[in-house]
Design a protein around this ligand. Structure first.
Ligand code: 5RP
Length: 294
């Protein structure tokens, strides 16, 4: 392993230069992947816009019935046609989502902590590859805790899922976890996203931050931005816009959709930014026009 002596601070991310290894495929870094991987990534990232709106409702795997997700059976039918991907646990999908939903599935396959733990960083691989194949998952999501006590376990989990997924051409989504005490700096996100990509993940999910375009430039696979804690809708749309402007290939929102006063309209407004090049102001106007008579 390279020693850490004399590691120079990185200098130039060439943020103005598009990723050079393109091939004829619309997803960053995937030009040399196998047909099945590309098919599943095309189910996730729209070939026209190159982007995706993931609706995340996998919170129950460690938070239980968080506010807004009390009744998945009532919520998902309302939202499913307004997003591109459903990010969920196998339990939520099998019990509460109709299989005719015709939506890409980001299957949560790691678990291990709960909200009663202080340290959430100790997880395991909770879903085997056969069940991911059975559920026709378009990608498998694994939480990665860079810098936390459970770092090594989470990197083992990520590697196990990537290895199994490559046997069946199912992509892996590495999720950058930010613990309560973890700083949300560009330095941290550059480190975490790059490690996850270097280990072979096909998609990385992280958070928006300052110098986000550098985080994107240094990551050789597509980045999708997590919504994070509930913001005012205007703020959430601004964050979505800045993420896309910064080079993210999509948003993976949970609370900012399912805890919104108007989840469907919020999902549509995010979709306008992600797929139709709306600015945050245009999306905010669109959202208000949709909800004003409600
Ligand atoms: C939960 C997750 C969520 O999928 C992710 O954080 C997106 O949800 P939110 O927008 O509510 O943060 O990884 O562990």
């Amino acid at each position: 392993m390279a020693d850490l002596e004399g590691v120079k601070a990185e200098k130039n991310y060439h943020t103005g230069e598009p990723f050079a290894v393109k091939g004829n495929f619309h997803v960053k870094g995937m030009a040399n992947q196998e047909w099945g991987i590309k098919k599943r990534l095309s189910n996730i990232f729209n070939p026209r816009s190159g982007n995706t709106v993931m609706f995340a409702f996998d919170h129950g795997y460690f938070m239980g019935s968080v506010s807004g997700l009390e009744r998945l059976d009532l919520l998902i039918p309302r939202l499913r046609d307004h997003v591109d991907v459903l990010m969920a646990t196998r339990g939520a999908l099998r019990t509460s989502v109709q299989p005719d939903c015709r939506k890409a599935i980001a299957l949560r396959v790691s678990a291990g902590s709960s909200m009663v733990n202080d340290d959430l960083s100790h997880e395991t691989v909770s879903v085997d590859i056969e069940d991911a194949v059975r559920m026709n998952a378009d990608c498998m999501a694994v939480q990665v805790f860079i810098g936390a006590d459970g770092q090594l376990e989470s990197i083992k989990n990520l590697s196990t899922v990537i290895n199994a997924g490559m046997r069946y051409s199912i992509p892996t989504l590495g999720v950058v976890a930010v613990g309560k005490n973890m700083e949300r700096t560009d330095q941290y996100f550059k480190l975490a996203t790059r490690i996850i990509a270097e280990l072979g993940a096909h998609i990385v999910k992280t958070y928006y931050c300052d110098k986000f375009e550098e985080v994107v430039a240094a990551c050789p696979v597509p980045i999708v931005v997590a919504g994070g804690k509930k913001l005012a809708e205007k703020e959430a749309l601004e964050m979505a816009y800045k993420s896309i402007q910064g080079g993210a290939r999509g948003l993976d929102m949970g609370r900012n959709i399912f805890q919104s006063l108007h989840p469907v309209e919020m999902a549509d407004a995010v979709g306008k930014i992600v797929h139709r090049k709306f600015t945050d102001k245009e999306a905010w106007e669109y959202y208000n026009d949709r909800v004003k008579d409600k």
